[in-house]
Unconditional design. Structure first.
Length: 318
């Protein structure tokens, strides 16, 4: 009887310092899981360092190692999609290359999925030790807001590190939207999830690729992709400002009629006009986000373009 195959999908962007460490740790963990066969599917997302060279060296020595290299940097979401589409395993794991997703958790995660009670085992950090305080605060606020404005459940501290069965993977691949937010997609497709908690682990080497600005843009992507709350807020703001304006006009009219007071000077008027103009620009910006996302979807551009790969039957444009 043939063994089940587990595919481990790892997006990589300038991960030259960490790949060797991750590869060794994966080999230690998978060697103890002799009842399964494994393949490591590395996605080189347009790295500028020697990430691709290292992947080719590993692939030449180890048949388990598969790699795909993009023609440029298309982003982590595109890399995850490419890995899932080309993973051949009965079970598929997704994880980062920086060792912040401990490979040692794999046996436990696989066991939960194989029990038949769960379709996927996902991980979440219960602490953010080692992260800047401001970054941790905004991260927690993001998850709190997402739970309030969307119909999907995104756990605080949720990672992209999870093990999924084949039906769930196929469901995710079937969603071909261009603007992807994987944490939301994992939740939207449903299926039974087992959450595994662990303490925050710092990078084994190198520096994070996620600046505060990139994380902010990513959070906006998630909110716009899975909620119409921002555009509803825009509508309510417009209605409230209109009501306030009508009340203010009535007050000034009655005051002038009763007391004969002239309208106050231009400074207050300038402040009010600036405030209202700011609200208008804010509302237009929120509406523009939805127009922008629709524009990108209508273009129907591919999520990624593969320049080099050792994966059989690779879709070069996906």
């Amino acid at each position: 009887m043939s063994k089940k195959l587990i595919s481990i999908v790892v997006p990589c962007y300038n991960e030259e310092p960490t790949l060797g460490i991750l590869y060794e740790e994966l080999n230690k963990v998978t060697a103890a899981m002799a009842e399964y066969d494994f393949e490591y599917v590395f996605i080189n997302d347009g790295s500028k360092d020697k990430t691709l060279d290292i992947l080719k060296e590993m692939a030449a020595k180890d048949g388990k190692v598969k790699y795909m290299s993009f023609s440029r940097n298309f982003g982590k979401e595109a890399a995850l999609l490419a890995g899932l589409k080309n993973a051949k395993g009965d079970l598929v794991a997704t994880m980062d290359a920086d060792m912040q997703d401990p490979p040692a958790l794999l046996p436990e995660m696989v066991a939960y999925v194989e029990s038949g009670e769960y379709d996927n085992a996902a991980t979440r950090r219960v602490s953010r030790k080692g992260e800047p305080i401001i970054r941790s605060f905004f991260a927690r606020m993001f998850y709190r807001v997402m739970r309030r404005i969307t119909d999907i459940e995104i756990m605080d501290g949720a990672r992209d590190y999870r093990v999924m069965n084949r039906p769930m993977v196929d469901s995710i691949i079937a969603l071909q939207e261009y603007n992807r937010f994987s944490k939301g997609i994992f939740s939207w497709v449903g299926f039974e999830t087992k959450w595994i908690e662990f303490e925050n682990v710092e990078r084994s080497a190198g520096e994070t690729k996620w600046s505060f600005w990139k994380l902010f843009r990513y959070s906006i992507e998630g909110m716009v992709s899975f909620s119409d709350a921002p555009i509803n807020i825009a509508s309510w703001l417009g209605l409230i400002m209109t009501g306030v304006s009508v009340i203010a006009l009535l007050f000034l009219f009655l005051r002038a009629l009763i007391f004969g007071d002239p309208v106050a000077g231009w400074p207050s008027l300038a402040c009010i006009m600036t405030f209202i103009a700011g609200i208008q620009l804010f509302v237009m910006g929120m509406m523009g986000q939805y127009v922008s996302k629709t524009y990108m979807e209508v273009k129907n551009r591919p999520h990624y373009i593969v320049k080099d790969s050792n994966v059989e039957d690779t879709e070069l444009i996906g």
